[in-house]
Ligand binder design. Structure first.
Ligand SMILES: C[S@@+](CC[C@H](N)C(=O)[O-])C[C@H]1O[C@@H](n2cnc3c(N)ncnc32)[C@H](O)[C@@H]1O
Ligand SMILES: [Zn+2]
Length: 286
């Protein structure tokens, strides 16, 4: 947890401001949150009813992303983030943070922070402790927090100048509350042909049609669509990468690992598949 990032957070119980006292976050009502050994804060309000990504899922995601398979998406996100910053330059005293909601291992946020001015602070929320543990080391300017994105965000009003949301949950009213009026939300959703060759060969979950349109419907009236970019690339994956890309997502809840491994073993040694996602920018409604 970076001292400079604390001002963007708020107490999940009483919405009071937080301050750092040694290795404990404290609010004026004396709610307190000890930092974990790895430096992240746990601001969960209560035990959650959601499945959380497991260490195996998080490990597969970290290895797959570190191998650079989704680099076209990472690069597009970093470039669009830079444009958003240039369009809303902010004040020298408080520029607002870059918030990643459901940010996983911090892979995307680290790339975005590298593309933005040096003073920019990153705050990442995720419900999975194994993910947040990794995120806490993903970038020197990244502060990682365990939080439930469906239970109110533990962030101050107007804390964020830019919000990232990549294949992750989004509560429109809360995103609007924490986003500055001149800020931008960058959301990434899969298109129906995302990883389609693997979906067919391995009987994976299918992407709903028109996810980007449904996203815009669900974010209205709080956030309004600005521009949209389609990112498409051909991926060449060996068996290890195929196993990782399946294990890192929701398919890991639905597939028996032994059955999946047997199916992957029957594939040719390298498989060609498609990265097909939409990067959609939204602005707060006025
Ligand atoms: C498909 S992963 C995407 C992670 C990251 N954005 C990426 O693309 O690498 C979805 C993420 O959302 C997190 N998540 C799921 N439900 C959540 C919730 N209610 N609150 C916060 N995070 C949640 C998961 O732990 C996981 O890290
Ligand atoms: Zn409090």
């Amino acid at each position: 947890m970076r001292e400079k990032a604390v001002r963007y957070l708020r107490c999940p119980h009483c919405a009071g401001s937080l301050s750092l006292d040694g290795r404990t976050l404290l609010c004026p009502e004396r709610h307190s949150f000890d930092l974990a050994r790895q430096g992240y804060a746990n601001l969960l309000r209560r035990a959650t009813r959601f499945h959380s990504d497991t260490p195996d899922m998080v490990g597969a995601r970290a290895d797959f992303l570190a191998a650079g398979h989704f680099r076209p998406l990472t690069d597009a996100l970093a470039a669009r983030a830079r444009e958003a910053f240039e369009a809303a330059p902010g004040s020298p005293t408080d520029d607002g943070c870059v918030l990643d909601v459901g940010g996983g291992t911090g892979h995307y946020q680290a790339a975005v922070l590298d593309a933005l001015p040096d003073g920019t602070e990153g705050v990442l929320l995720d419900i999975s402790k194994p993910a947040v543990r990794r995120a806490a080391r993903a970038h020197p300017r990244l502060s990682a927090v365990v939080a439930d994105a469906w239970d109110g965000l533990p962030l101050a009003d107007n804390a964020a100048r830019l919000i990232l949301n990549v294949f992750a949950p989004r509560d429109a009213a809360e995103l609007r509350r924490v986003l500055r009026p001149d800020g931008t939300l960058l959301a990434v959703v899969p298109r129906p042909d995302h990883l389609a060759e693997l979906v067919g060969a391995l009987d994976l979950l299918r992407v709903e049609e028109e996810k980007a349109d449904r996203l815009a419907d669900r974010l209205a009236p709080h956030l309004l669509p600005a521009d949209r970019r389609e990112i498409t690339a051909t991926l060449t994956l060996d068996h290890t990468a195929v196993r990782q890309v399946v294990a890192m997502g929701p398919n890991s809840w639905h597939q028996d690992p032994a059955r999946l491994a047997a199916r992957v073993a029957e594939l040719p040694p390298t498989v060609t598949t498609t990265l097909a996602v939409t990067l959609a920018a939204f602005r707060p409604a006025t």
